[in-house]
Write a protein that binds this ligand. Structure first.
Ligand code: PAF
Length: 288
């Protein structure tokens, strides 16, 4: 496994690669969720590149950039074991040199859900992912369903900017009690992580109602609200049933693919998000 830390080395390497390339962009502090993406990339491509970069431009001024967990040595050991070919781990100055001023921004999708609460977040994500796409020119790029809005925004960006790559959205990997894996789960104690399984319980309760024929979006939000209310450490910020294409709240009946999603600050320590998709799945999403 080769570690690349500069833009020029990445560009030089890429010029000499001719076979299929799977890219897994990450911010490090890897867990089973990331490794599931890496394994799928390993299976579907000749060459696997994992990027590790805690991207400052996607953190708001009051967010956790300074305390975001990092452990490069451990990450590299996991990636070596997963038979990754190249790790791209550049410094901040490599990707955002002095006088940097170019941004990639979508006009509509980032105004909803996470984007509405985290101004500028998706501008940072779409900019850094564009840069990673240019530098690595992957055949396929792998993202987790857990960050559903991110995945759907990037899918739109790939179509709009004609990136010649396939976006692969992989299922959320969960801890034993249902909590979606995230590097930020590290902010919670073992007991709190167990309690945080309530997010998935809420989503599952809504899914069961939908499977039983419930189509009223507000009723599904109510079901999720009631389950979350049973856990005093959970302080929901939003409980959403949105159209999966536009990400706007569904006012009445669900008639097409829907995204049920939650953002829940938990125990005053971690802002957890989770989602499930109704009436479609990442594998059956139509091409844009
Ligand atoms: O999902 C993440 O870890 C990040 O948002 C990403 C896609 C690596 C961009 O920094």
């Amino acid at each position: 496994m080769q570690i690349i830390s500069t833009v020029s080395a990445m560009q030089a390497l890429r010029r000499n690669l001719t076979s299929s390339i799977g890219l897994v962009p990450t911010m490090g502090y890897l867990h089973e969720g990331h490794l599931s993406l890496v394994r799928r990339a390993r299976c579907e491509n000749d060459i696997v590149i994992v990027s590790i970069f805690v991207n400052p431009s996607q953190f708001g001024p009051n967010e956790d950039l300074g305390t975001y967990p990092r452990d490069l040595e451990h990450d590299l050991a996991l990636l070596r074991e997963a038979q990754v070919d190249y790790v791209f781990a550049p410094s901040n100055d490599e990707l955002y040199p002095p006088r940097y001023q170019t941004w990639v921004e979508l006009s509509e999708l980032p105004q909803q859900l996470e984007g509405a609460r985290r101004p500028g977040h998706f501008r940072g994500v779409t900019t850094i992912v564009s840069k990673l796409f240019h530098l690595t020119r992957p055949t396929r790029a792998y993202f987790g369903q857990k960050d559903a809005q991110q995945a759907l925004i990037l899918r739109r960006m790939v179509a709009d900017l004609n990136f010649a790559l396939q976006m692969i959205i992989c299922p959320t990997v969960r801890e034993a009690h249902g909590l979606a894996m995230s590097s930020r789960n590290n902010y919670l104690s073992a007991e709190e992580r167990q309690g945080a399984g309530v997010l998935y319980q809420a989503l599952q309760a809504a899914q069961s109602a939908y499977d039983a024929g419930e189509r009223c979006a507000e009723r599904l939000r109510e079901i999720m609200r009631d389950v979350l209310a049973q856990e005093p450490l959970a302080r929901p910020e939003y409980i959403s049933a949105a159209d999966l294409e536009t990400l706007t709240e569904i006012p009445g009946l669900i008639t097409g693919p829907a995204l049920l999603s939650l953002a829940v600050p938990f125990a005053g320590k971690a802002r957890l998000i989770d989602n499930i998709w109704l009436g479609t799945s990442p594998d059956t999403l139509p091409a844009l």
